[in-house]
Design a protein around this ligand. Structure first.
Ligand code: HEM
Length: 424
C-alpha cells in the first residue's frame, strides 16, 4: 500500500475488500477509510479472498457488527476468532494452542470469564486509581526529563499501560522489558520492525507464545505455593466447576490479559495525543474545558479503534443487513469501519472531543465485550488529566508511523516537540 494517493490504482470494490487482509492497509489510514467508506456504500459484506489468509466476509456497517456481536449463540468464536495468516495459525497450534477468552464459547467462556469478572468492575478497579494517577504523573514527568522532544509512542504511551498491567497481575517491574518485547512480537507478527528477529525464523510467532507460556507456568507454580492478593493468584488458584482450572486455561488467561491489556491502551493513548496535536482547536477546547475529558476519552477510543477486527463463525443459517449466511461462514467484524459509519456518527471523519452521543464499538459488544474497558478508560483519563494542564505547546517533529497489522494496530512512532511544565 502506498501513502502517495497519486500512485494508487483507482479504488474498486474488489480492491477495497482486500484491505481487510492486508496488514499494510491498516498503516495507511486515509486509504483504509476511503476503502471502507466505499464498501459501506456499495458492498457492505464483501467476500475477502486473499492468498495466505482464510476466506471470510467483512462486516463494515455499525448496525451489522452490533447485531452479530450480540447474538453469540448464532455467531460463535470457535473455530476461528482472530484473523491470522494461515502459516501462523498452523505454528500456533503446533507449539502452544492458546485458548483464551476470545477463542472459546459458552458454556465454558462464561465460567472462565467469571473467574476474574469482579476484578475488572469499577468498584474493584477503584483500588488502582491512585497507582494509575501516579503512573500518569511519572509519564508526564518523563516528558519533562526528555527535554522537549520524544518519540511519544515508545517513550511515553507504551510504558504506562504495561506498568498498570504488571501491577494488576502482581508482577515485578524488572519483568517489564520482557513482557513488552513478547507482546510486540505477538501483535506485531506482520510488521518487520516488531516481529521476533524481524520475522526471520519460520516459527517466530509461535516462539513468542511459547516463551509467554513458559514464563506464566512459573508464575502459576509460585502463586499456588504462596498466594497473594493479586490477579495472578486469583487465576492460579481458581476453581471451575469445583475443580482446579486447567493449566492451559490459566496460561491462556495470563497471556490475554498481558497482551490485550497494554498494546491496545498504548495505541489509544498515542493515537489520541496525535489526534489532539493534529486538531489544535480540539486540544485548546479540552484544555479550557477539562470537564469534557470523559467524552474526549470515548472520542479518542472511537478515532483510534486499536482492535481492528475479530472474527465470528455462523452456527446456523442467519440473515443480517440483507445478507444470508450459511453455517460455517466466517465474518470479520470491522470495528474501525463501524466506528466511521455515516449512518450512526454525525460527520464521522471529524475528531470532536465533545461528541455526544458516541455509540462506538471499539470494545466490541455482547458476551465477549472487552473485559478491560473500565481499566482502559481509567488509564486514558488519568494521562489526559495529568498532561493537559501541563502542556504549553506541542507539534509533530516527524512523520507518525502506524504498525502493519490486521488485528491490533496503532502508532509505533510519534515524534513530538513540546513544552511541558514541571510538576508544581
Ligand atoms: C482501548 C483499549 C482497549 C480496546 C479498544 C479493547 C478492545 C477489545 C475488543 C474489541 C475485544 C473483543 C470484544 C468482542 O469480541 O465483542 C476485547 C476483548 C478483551 N479485552 Fe480488551 N480492549 C482494550 C483494553 C483492554 C485492557 C486494558 C484489558 C485488560 C486486561 C483488556 C482485556 C480484554 C479481554 C480479557 C478480552 C476478552 C473478553 C472475552 O472474550 O470475554 N482489554 N477488547
Amino acid at each position: 500500500m502506498t501513502a502517495d494517493p497519486t500512485t494508487r490504482p483507482p479504488l474498486t470494490v474488489e480492491l477495497a475488500a482486500r484491505a481487510f487482509a492486508t496488514p499494510s492497509a491498516y498503516a495507511d489510514e486515509d486509504y483504509f477509510h476511503a476503502a471502507t467508506a466505499l464498501l459501506r456504500r456499495e458492498e457492505p459484506f464483501p467476500r475477502v479472498e486473499v492468498e495466505g489468509y482464510p476466506t471470510f466476509w467483512a462486516v463494515t456497517r455499525h448496525a451489522d457488527v452490533y447485531e452479530i456481536s450480540t447474538h453469540h449463540q448464532a455467531w460463535r468464536n470457535q473455530p476461528r476468532s482472530v484473523l491470522l495468516p494461515l502459516v501462523l495459525e498452523a505454528q500456533q497450534t503446533k507449539l502452544v494452542d492458546v485458548q483464551s477468552l476470545v477463542n472459546i464459547d459458552d458454556p465454558k467462556h462464561r465460567k472462565i470469564r467469571e473467574v476474574t469478572a469482579d476484578w475488572f468492575k469499577p468498584r474493584t478497579l477503584a483500588r488502582l486509581e491512585q497507582r494509575i494517577a501516579s503512573l500518569a504523573t511519572k509519564a508526564v514527568d518523563r516528558m519533562v526529563e526528555l527535554d522537549g522532544s520524544c518519540d511519544f509512542a515508545t517513550d511515553i504511551a507504551m510504558p504506562m499501560p504495561l506498568e498498570v498491567i504488571l501491577s494488576l497481575l502482581g508482577l515485578p517491574d524488572s519483568d517489564y522489558p520482557r513482557m513488552l518485547k513478547l507482546t510486540q512480537e505477538v501483535f506485531g507478527n506482520a510488521d518487520p520492525e516488531l516481529a521476533r528477529d524481524g520475522g526471520a525464523a519460520d516459527d517466530a510467532y509461535a516462539q513468542a507464545l511459547f516463551e509467554f507460556a513458559g514464563y506464566f507456568s512459573e508464575l502459576v507454580a509460585l502463586r499456588k505455593a504462596t498466594p497473594t492478593d493479586d490477579l495472578a493468584s486469583v487465576i492460579a488458584n481458581a476453581l471451575v466447576d469445583g475443580r482446579p482450572m486447567e493449566l492451559l486455561d490459566q496460561l491462556s488467561y495470563y497471556i490475554i490479559i498481558a497482551t490485550a491489556g497494554h498494546d491496545t491502551t498504548s495505541a489509544t493513548i498515542a493515537g489520541g495525543v496525535r489526534a489532539l496535536v493534529e486538531h489544535p482547536d480540539q486540544l485548546t477546547r479540552l484544555q479550557r474545558h477539562p470537564e469534557l475529558i470523559p467524552k474526549a476519552v470515548e472520542e479518542i477510543i472511537r478515532w483510534v479503534t486499536p482492535v481492528k477486527s475479530f472474527l465470528r463463525n455462523a452456527a446456523a443459517p442467519y440473515d443480517v443487513g440483507g445478507h444470508h449466511f450459511e453455517p460455517g461462514d466466517a465474518v470479520l467484524l470491522s470495528y474501525w469501519s463501524a466506528n466511521r459509519d455515516e449512518a450512526v456518527f454525525d460527520d464521522p471523519m471529524r475528531f470532536d472531543v465533545g461528541r455526544e452521543p458516541n455509540r462506538h464499538l471499539a470494545f466490541g459488544f455482547g458476551a465477549h465485550y472487552c473485559l478491560g474497558a473500565v481499566l482502559a478508560r481509567m488509564e486514558i483519563r488519568a494521562l489526559l488529566t495529568e498532561l493537559l494542564p501541563r502542556l504549553r505547546s506541542v507539534s509533530l517533529a516527524g512523520t507518525p508511523q502506524l504498525s502493519e497489522s490486521v488485528f491490533v494496530s496503532g502508532l509505533k512512532h510519534l515524534p513530538l516537540s513540546y513544552e511541558v511544565a514541571p510538576r508544581s
